[in-house]
Design a binder for this molecule. Structure first.
Ligand code: SAH
Length: 459
């Protein structure tokens, strides 16, 4: 490690920035956040620095840097002139006097780096690449900013408020650690971040009681994994996926998403295998309760959105009655994902003023739906699980006076690298689907909007 990261209190400490241009301005703005007592040294200042001097946030020494300057009254000196040799002289002088120095142009010449900062006060994340790659540092900073929600600071403050009470009520260090792990990954933390601290306090009380009695239960995260492309996960989904101790998943969850699970997370497949039946729903519901009671974070990962043809409601009903805490995270449903990646807007001012999500699942070889209603114009129909009933669906719409030439599309494995899109019309699509040997999972979209696909396909 070339540079050891330290966090230093700069409040009221005298610091000097040499230079009056844009680089100096950036350094000054960052240091002002720390409460340092700042002087800027330069014959001329840019407008922004001048404004800071005028508003007394900064002192100004209107001279160029002198070789023998007595810099030893400063805690930190930042060399930010546009002359590399001057910056080097400043670094050498600081080195001689034992004063910390940061060189803005050639960071490795000073002994101090000013990192990229992500502030979630009281939490601070600092990133630097040992002066080697500012571009990668900036990129990583943006990634972290997106991943660490602004409310993380509120969570830190809430946790601090509970630290002593928890210590007093739970003597054993290991139990305390387990309790905090549960709270910070679970519903309590979601409640704090949503501004509902009273609810979080109530959860804390309940968990404290359970922990003291040695029966701290885990939580269940019912998470929508989206239609396949891992980039379509929500930030919340990703955060909870990474906190799972055990995952129950089915066929629709893509490999790429499974790779995001922690290495030590136990994986339990509960979907259908070829020629086998899936684990019955009631058994899945019970497994969620049982694993949570063992104190584990249970991730129930579902394709698309858990509340759209996902039986998510049934799974959390039992959790609710068993008193297990749970969170539900919406996902991008197949209709949204497949339509976007196929280039089919689901509504359009000229063609469709509404869209319907329909199950095309066959019940005793029939699709029982309100066909006259579905055959009405100016609406887009999206059929989930519609591949085996495709012939029947198209025939029923035509029989109920939807035009046989109404455009219709089938999207197979939408949003994944294996995506296939078949565009035809109500009359010809069933035959074409057979010829092309389309296989599940496949989404069926019917309506005038489908004709836009030719122009708008991009994936
Ligand atoms: N909860 C899921 C839907 C589950 S029902 C969601 O919100 O998306 C399963 C059906 O969803 C499949 O039969 C298929 O019609 C559709 N589906 C799911 N993922 C799909 C994908 N990647 N491509 C095409 N269809 C998909």
């Amino acid at each position: 490690m070339d540079y050891f990261p330290l966090f230093i209190k700069l409040q009221h400490k005298p610091c000097l920035v040499v230079g009056g241009g844009q680089v100096a301005r950036r350094k000054v703005l960052s240091l002002l956040e720390s409460g340092a007592c700042l002087t800027v040294e330069a014959p001329v200042l840019c407008d922004e620095l001048q404004a800071l001097v005028d508003s007394h946030r900064l002192s100004w020494f209107a001279e160029p840097f002198q070789e023998q300057e007595p810099l030893d009254s400063y805690f930190l000196v930042v060399a930010a002139t546009d002359d590399a040799s001057v910056n080097r002289d400043i670094a050498e002088r600081c080195n001689y006097l034992g004063v910390h120095c940061n060189v803005a142009s050639e960071a490795d010449e000073g002994d101090t780096l000013l990192p990229a900062i992500i502030e979630r006060s009281p939490l601070t994340i600092a990133v630097h690449s040992s002066a080697q790659s500012p571009t990668v540092t900036r990129y990583l900073k943006r990634q972290l900013e997106a991943f660490v929600p602004p409310q993380m600071g509120a969570l830190a403050r809430w946790a601090e408020g509970w630290r002593e009470p928890v210590k007093q009520r739970l003597g054993d260090l290991l139990s305390r650690r387990r309790l905090w792990d549960k709270l910070l990954s679970g519903v309590a933390s979601a409640q704090v971040m949503a501004g509902h601290e009273a609810s979080a306090d109530a959860i804390m009380e309940q968990h404290l009681e359970e922990a003291a009695a040695g029966r701290l239960s885990g939580e269940v995260f019912l998470v929508g994994a989206g239609p396949g492309d891992p980039e379509l996960l929500t930030l919340k989904a990703l955060r909870l996926i990474q906190q799972a101790d055990i995952v129950l998943y089915d066929r629709l969850v893509s490999e790429a998403i499974m790779e995001l699970l922690p290495a030590d997370c136990e994986r339990l497949y509960v979907g259908k295998r070829q020629s086998e039946h899936s684990v019955p729903q009631t058994e899945i519901n019970q497994l969620l309760v049982d694993y949570a009671r063992q104190g584990r974070n249970v991730l129930r990962l579902k394709g698309g959105d858990p509340f759209i043809f996902g039986r998510g409601g049934e799974e959390i009903e039992l959790l609710a009655s068993a008193g297990i805490s749970f969170q539900v995270v919406p996902g991008i449903t197949a209709a949204n994902g497949c339509a976007c990646y196929a280039g089919i807007p689901l509504t359009h001012r000229d063609y469709a003023q509404s869209v319907r999500f329909i199950t095309g699942h066959l019940q005793s070889d029939k699709v029982n739906l309100d066909w006259p209603e579905l055959a009405r114009p100016n609406q887009t129909l999206v059929f989930y699980m519609g591949l085996s009933g495709l012939g029947e669906i198209c025939a029923a719409l035509i029989a109920n006076r939807r035009a046989p030439e109404t455009p219709a599309a089938l999207i197979e494995k939408g949003t994944t690298p294996q995506q296939r899109v078949l565009v035809a019309d109500l009359e010809s699509l069933p035959q074409l689907a057979q010829t092309e040997a389309m296989s599940a999972p496949t989404l069926l979209i019917i309506g005038e909007v489908v004709q836009l696909q030719k122009q708008l396909a991009w994936y």
